[in-house]
Design a protein around this ligand. Structure first.
Ligand SMILES: NC(=O)c1ccc[n+]([C@@H]2O[C@H](COP(=O)([O-])OP(=O)(O)OC[C@H]3O[C@@H](n4cnc5c(N)ncnc54)[C@H](OP(=O)(O)O)[C@@H]3O)[C@@H](O)[C@H]2O)c1
Length: 316
């Protein structure tokens, strides 16, 4: 952990101040880029002890330096986890024990519309990164979320979940037919909501003090599109796609607002936050409506049971 307590500079003008997060520990996955970095910055700004979770140690250090420059005295920690590798997630969760109680886990990391790729676990890369890895991480961190007395899990979904025609309930390691990268992405974002509702219900039924919420950022200028199309962090095509996103989307700072709302506002479990503008593409944070399929309790339960078998963890 770095830094000592100092007076914090005010939040940037385009981001209203959050409720104080002093004394709270918030884990943010995918904190090295885009929305995750903005979320981590804002939580640090509000006084949280922020755990920068990501797959690259080097990028975590760069992010830590950047946040510390903006928030002198920020309380930052790191957690290396490759969400597309179940062994890496288990290893990370083991190391996370030293963090003690966790108040908020933001499952933000994700990839979008990547080419067909199988992970070391034999899973589709998008499903592994966006759903199975976060499902396992959340399950393994649950005791620490419980220990906080009022833990909160925030799954970062997408308005694109509305495009999913069915829940991803096929054999995740089985032979797949034609791979269509955009429909698969939409299904992973539907999975984020199905998991959120089922987690919230299971915790309530088990009497555990953990609630689950979800958020989506609308359309925000990040590295998501270019990474999915190029599978590279940089390069000429990445630069063009990043510039396109910057020219057409709202800022990552604005996109992070619904995530911050879900992470910090006084809202009940099962709430979904998103932007209030045209087609939820941009705007201020508000409560939005998930698709009918996302609210289908049999799909929620079926995905949960499939996910437990896939990652080898039955919980809560
Ligand atoms: N931007 C939008 O308009 C938009 C819209 C709807 C939903 N979302 C959702 O917002 C979330 C954040 O995306 P973003 O837009 O901020 O994209 P981004 O700039 O590409 O950031 C994605 C983050 O996820 C991390 N990540 C990717 N694969 C990972 C893995 N295997 N293990 C651990 N971390 C991994 C990346 O790490 P590296 O830095 O190492 O690559 C990066 O930190 C995603 O869940 C996405 O689906 C975004």
């Amino acid at each position: 952990m770095s830094g000592s307590r100092q007076a914090r500079p005010p939040a940037p003008a385009n981001r209203p101040p959050l409720p104080s997060q002093d004394g709270r520990t918030c884990v943010v996955t995918g904190s090295t880029s885009g929305l995750g970095r903005e979320t981590a910055l804002a939580l640090a700004q509000a006084g949280a002890h922020v755990v920068l979770a990501a797959r690259s140690e080097e990028k975590i250090e760069q992010t830590r330096t950047a946040i510390t420059r903006q928030v002198p005295g920020a309380r930052l920690d790191s957690l290396v986890a490759d969400l597309a590798d179940l062994a890496s997630v288990r290893h990370a969760a083991g190391r996370a024990a030293r963090l003690g109680a966790i108040d908020v886990l933001v499952n933000n990391a994700g990839v979008m519309a990547t080419p067909r790729t199988r992970t070391v676990d034999g899973l589709d890369l998008q499903m592994a990164t966006n759903h199975f890895g976060p499902f396992l991480l959340t399950g393994l961190l649950l005791p620490q979320l419980v220990a906080s007395g009022r833990g909160r899990v925030v799954n970062v979904s997408s308005a694109m979940h509305h495009l999913a025609r069915s829940a991803p309930l096929g054999d995740p390691r089985g032979a797949h037919g034609r791979y269509r990268r955009w429909p698969v992405y939409a299904q992973t974002k539907l999975a984020n909501l199905l998991m959120m509702f089922e987690l919230d219900r299971r915790c309530r039924e088990a009497g555990l003090p953990v609630e689950a919420l979800a958020a989506h950022p609308g359309y925000a200028a990040t590295h998501l599109l270019s990474y999915g199309q190029t599978m590279r962090a940089s390069g000429p095509l990445s630069s063009i796609l990043d510039a396109t996103a910057r020219a057409t989307a709202q800022s990552a700072t604005a996109g992070a607002l619904p995530i911050l709302m879900a992470a910090t506002a006084d809202l009940p479990g099962g709430t979904f936050c998103g932007p209030d503008g045209f087609q939820e593409l941009r705007g201020g944070p508000t409560v939005v409506r998930p698709s009918r399929l996302a609210r289908d309790s049999s799909a929620q339960r079926a995905l949960w049971e499939l996910s437990e078998r896939t990652v080898g963890l039955a919980w809560p």
